[in-house]
Design a protein around this ligand. Sequence first.
Ligand code: NAD
Ligand code: IPM
Ligand code: MN
Length: 370
Amino acid sequence: MASRKLLLLPGDGIGPEAMAEVRKLIAAMNERLGAGFETEEGLVGGCAYDAHGQAISEEDMAKAMAADAVLFGAVGGPKWDAVPYEARPEAGLLRLRKDMELFANLRPAICYPALAQSSSLKPEVVEGLDILIIRELTGGVYFGEPKTITDLGNGQKRAIDTQVYDTFEIERIAGVAFELARTRRNKVCSMEKRNVMKSGVLWNEVVTATHKAKYPDVELSHMLADAGGMQLVRWPKQFDVIVTDNLFGDMLSDVAAMLTGSLGMLPSASLGAPDAKTGARKALYEPVHGSAPDIAGKGIANPIAMIASFAMCLRYSFGLVAEADRLEKAIAAVLDDGLRTRDILSDGMTEVGTGAMGDAIVEKFLALSA
Ligand code: NAD
Ligand code: IPM
Ligand code: MN
């Protein structure tokens, strides 16, 4: 059996609480299904700053580079509000994405049938929703230079962030979107703001050219990103795959999260390019939500985004497609049984804590695997 080396980076706040539930799944898969996962643990975010004065140590970066896949919890929190910008908890996540060249962030927003009532939108708007936001993750305003605050000396300061995209960065993320669309409903909507941003003009031009040259069979549409946000809330089922830049993707995926009932439901996969010889790709799996300081330590966080991120890991890093399908089915079945963490609770359902939700999913998963 091929090696299956996982690095677990639980992070801060509810990160470790959600990761504990994935650890249960890994142990169950090893003991009961002989999955052969080898795990290592590391620190990222505020906890790494407290231990090393950096949001991720060189040693843990090296472990991430050597792992077959990294599982990431969440980082950040008010405790670290005053730390230097370069060492803030979020810098650890940004360094992992950049140094591992994880340019493609897949954020699927699926409304499980049992949760159609939990969304703040009408059930008919979200029932059966299954869309995929593809967010460019290593470029744009997150990493563009200059990125500075300068004292102008007249009592004023000037802050600069720079949005930069080169052709190859847009081409490769568009390629991921078109390829994945072919495995789904064959539709891509590209979102940018070409009406005010030069990077939007180039984005639109390169996506259009990539489509024409290599993917003419896929249906392509374009939308200005602000209107895209509105359409996501108005009638989200019009979309299949959405491809967009780093910042718009960040914002639009939080919007999409609420279509599924809660930010605690949205998983993601951050993928690098496949190796030309082996086809293996660097990958990090991270829920879309953050460290949720308002509920951390209370045992009430929803672990489903983290568990569904592990399902994406099974599918994309290890080719364990049947197991990934089964894990997603187990999540749906537990929701059908009426179990709910507080964020997705509705009338007549049974409230459970993080650990009980994780236990129920592990049990269903093993029952489906028998
Ligand atoms: P957040 O995602 O942490 O929380 C937003 C709201 O959603 C909160 O009310 C929270 O309780 C709720 N929520 C989030 N995940 C939940 C879950 N699994 N179960 C139940 N409820 C959940 O966003 P925020 O409050 O804006 O940010 C808090 C910190 O997290 C900040 O430091 C931010 O930078 C960081 N953050 C980190 C990541 C990451 O590590 N990937 C992502 C987003 C934000
Ligand atoms: C996300 C988060 C991160 C981002 C932060 C924590 C750096 O909001 O993954 O959605 O902005 O990319
Ligand atoms: Mn975000």
